[in-house]
Design a protein around this ligand. Structure first.
Ligand SMILES: *Cc1c(COP(=O)(O)O)cnc(C)c1O
Length: 376
């Protein structure tokens, strides 16, 4: 919580659930990434929070952008940033979207199989492609599973194919899993990447770039290592695996860029018990899984929550959202401890909610409007 957000909420008293983003925090985060990984270009992962004010600030500061769709590419171009600062990083693209991105000037694309390479060869001829490899996501609180990337053993074949059909086989990418708490998590993937570089060199193709992806955490309930610690660990791994031929690198922070810049203000709609003798109270807020808190799925992300009552006499509370879907319960397995004096109508502040909230809010499930956002 920053003074500016506190002041905004106190003076403006916005109606309904809303996210308030402090641009000063985003500015600090960008500076920290740029300083902690000095030889690395920053490609902000737009999906984390595409508010125009955030994209414009980052464009002014010199950031590049990781986009997953034509819509995101257009949002970035609307800031005035040129297309040479955009990576189309989604491995799953319709060919007509590739063609549209190419028309808009995008020349850098992610692939993880031959069929995707062929789409790019046809609709974005001559472009640079990097091959995403699988990563197990161990140590991450929001792992990204097997959906993206191919086995590292397969990558040389995909990249050689790209070279053969007239594309520039440019590099390798991976994502170690979002909210990655282990600063050493990049090491294994960098070992694989260096093998792929060597294998390609033997085939006469010089790769140039490693895309280190996102994964940099936001502080929720537990402390997290500093970005600088991640930067040092990544640099050590690069030296270990690439020796004196360290490639060009990029990072794609999403959560780590905007997570701690936002606070959601919500309101208690109802407090009840399921039985008179229960110790646990059910606290229903005016925001839930469908209003922007989708990352509470399986209670994966646990946000810091505060009220105006301080923290005396806390009681266990299940936290649930306002919709008529029984899946709309945020925290039940591990209840939150909240003040016994918390009452219907009180504000509840959910901190660290700058990433993956506005973009995850449904349009109008049960007639509830999507999450409102104020960028200050
Ligand atoms: C979502 C995503 C990111 C951002 O990940 P964070 O863990 O939020 O930093 C980066 N790169 C790609 C390709 C992504 O899909």
């Amino acid at each position: 919580m920053t003074d500016r957000i506190r002041e905004f909420l106190r003076t403006r008293r916005p109606e309904g659930p809303c996210l308030v983003m402090d641009l000063d925090v985003v500015r600090d985060n960008y500076t920290t990434f740029a300083r902690s990984l000095p030889d690395t270009r920053v490609y902000y992962a737009v999906k984390a929070n595409p508010a125009p004010e955030i994209l414009t600030l980052l464009a002014e500061m010199g950031s590049s952008f990781d986009c997953a769709s034509v819509g995101e590419i257009e949002m970035v171009l609307a800031t005035g940033a040129k297309a040479d600062r955009i990576s189309y990083g989604n491995t799953i693209k319709k060919e007509r979207d590739v063609a549209r991105a190419f028309e808009l000037g995008v020349r850098l694309y992610a692939v993880d199989c031959v069929a995707e390479v062929d789409k790019i060869a046809r609709s974005a001829p001559g472009s640079r492609v990097f091959c995403r490899i699988l990563s197990d996501g161990a140590g991450a609180e929001w792992p990204l599973s097997r959906k993206f990337g191919c086995d590292p053993d397969m990558a040389p074949m995909v990249l050689e194919h790209a070279h053969r059909v007239g594309l520039e086989a440019y590099g390798v990418s991976f994502h170690v899993g979002s909210q990655q708490g282990n600063t050493g998590a990049w090491d294994g993937a960098l070992a694989s990447a260096s093998h792929i570089f060597r294998e390609m060199a033997e085939r006469g193709i010089q790769l140039k770039m490693v895309n280190l992806g996102g994964g940099f955490p936001t502080k929720y309930l537990k402390d997290v290592p500093k970005v600088e610690t991640y930067g040092n660990a990544i640099w050590d791994s690069l030296l270990k695996h690439f020796g004196n031929q360290v490639p060009e690198t990029i990072i794609e922070p999403g959560r780590g860029m905007v997570g701690n810049a936002g606070v959601i203000k919500s309101e208690v709609v109802l407090i009840s018990k399921k039985h008179d003798d229960d110790d646990v109270r059910w606290v229903y807020l005016d925001i839930g899984k469908f209003g922007g808190l989708a990352e509470t799925m399986d209670e994966a992300i646990r946000y810091p929550i505060s009220t105006e009552h301080g923290d005396e006499h806390l009681v266990p509370c299940v936290l649930a959202g306002p919709t008529c879907d029984s899946a709309d319960v945020m925290y039940e397995k591990t209840p939150y401890m909240l003040p016994v004096s918390l009452s219907i109508g009180d504000d509840v502040l959910i901190e660290g909610t700058g990433a993956y909230t506005t973009t995850y809010a449904s349009v109008a499930f049960n007639g509830f409007p999507p999450l409102k956002a104020y960028v200050i």
